[in-house]
Write a protein that binds this ligand. Structure first.
Ligand SMILES: [Zn+2]
Length: 312
């Protein structure tokens, strides 16, 4: 297993024994021919294929689940363990800043509910979910479910918050006022099932926030950009996310759709913040006026985020 380690590069090259082919579009199930839009490795070839129906870009193959488990245990954890806390803080923004960003998309959310239910899919130790819930003044009780691997879980610190960890959607119960899937759906082999499960867990008028990498347009200009395979299998931009109401659920409406928030806090690394913010600016302007548009004139943004609401 060859690991190429840098902050931007965590891909490994896989042998054909460790790979399985996606027979259909993993996002929508379409069997129609897909457009080849790039490559993540050459021997054996793993292509990037764009679905003509849902516009998801997915790798032609995925790592076998047993390989992926080993990869996360050995490569992913080692990758993060090699950086000290200061370096990690430069790269990853704090949960409070990100929670505030999501809250600002939905000002006043939860103000009329007694109990607010939040699901964070791929939510790690629950820090983001707790930080978001702490911003809600209205509800007396906040029930937070976090789906992720491992036992790590933040301490609620107050009886007002009840945080529970789950390994999959199979064990969660009831429906949610807000579901967050931030930087998680690109890791899921069966994206179609995950999407349908999450949408099915929304309460009427519940909100669904998604954030994913959208690097393929950039990678077509700069092929050296790392796709983070096999951890990442999907690249989902505005053309996918703004079609979700058509492809997955007609009761979803788009509340917000834009390039994703710049991950780096400008106070910790202002020049990296400035570069990222400048790359996103043209599309931010484009989508400020037309949030339901299904394509971007300027798609070189690195990531996309969308907020939906489920109608009654
Ligand atoms: Zn598709």
């Amino acid at each position: 297993m060859k690991v190429q380690q840098s902050l931007q590069k965590i891909s490994v090259e896989l042998d054909s024994d460790d790979l399985m082919k996606f027979e259909k579009c993993p996002a929508c199930g379409s069997e129609l021919p897909k457009k080849n839009v790039g490559e993540v490795q050459s021997n054996p070839t793993i292509s990037l294929l764009k679905c003509s129906v849902c516009k998801a870009v997915s790798t032609s193959h995925h790592a076998k689940p047993e390989y992926l488990r080993k990869y996360y245990d050995e490569v992913f954890s080692k990758f993060y363990a090699d950086f000290n806390e200061e370096e990690l803080n430069v790269t990853f923004s704090n949960p409070q800043r990100f929670a505030k960003h999501i809250f600002n998309i939905l000002p006043g959310v939860g103000s009329n509910s007694k109990t607010f239910r939040l699901l964070d899919f791929g939510g790690g130790d629950g820090a983001l979910a707790l930080a978001f819930s702490s911003l809600l003044d209205g509800p007396e009780k906040l029930e937070i479910d976090v789906i992720d691997y491992g036992d790590d879980l933040v301490s609620a610190g107050s009886d007002r918050f009840v945080i529970t960890k789950h390994e999959s959607t199979d064990t969660v119960d009831g429906k949610y006022d807000l579901i967050i899937a931030s930087a998680s759906l690109e890791h899921v082999i069966d994206l179609r099932t995950a999407m349908n499960d999450l949408i099915g867990l929304l309460k009427p008028e519940g909100h669904f926030y998604v954030r994913t990498p959208y690097i393929v347009p950039l990678k077509r200009v700069v092929p050296a950009i790392d796709f983070s395979f096999p951890a990442h299998m999907h690249d989902l931009g505005v053309d996918f996310w703004n079609r979700v109401p058509d492809v997955f659920c007609g009761k979803l409406d788009i509340v917000h759709s834009s390039p994703s928030i710049v991950e780096i806090d400008w106070r910790t690394n202002w020049y990296r913040y400035l570069i990222a913010a400048s790359m996103k600016l043209p599309a931010n302007i484009e989508f400020f006026f037309h949030k339901r548009k299904k394509f971007a004139i300027w798609p070189y943004v690195g990531g996309w985020e969308t907020m939906y609401v489920l109608s009654k």
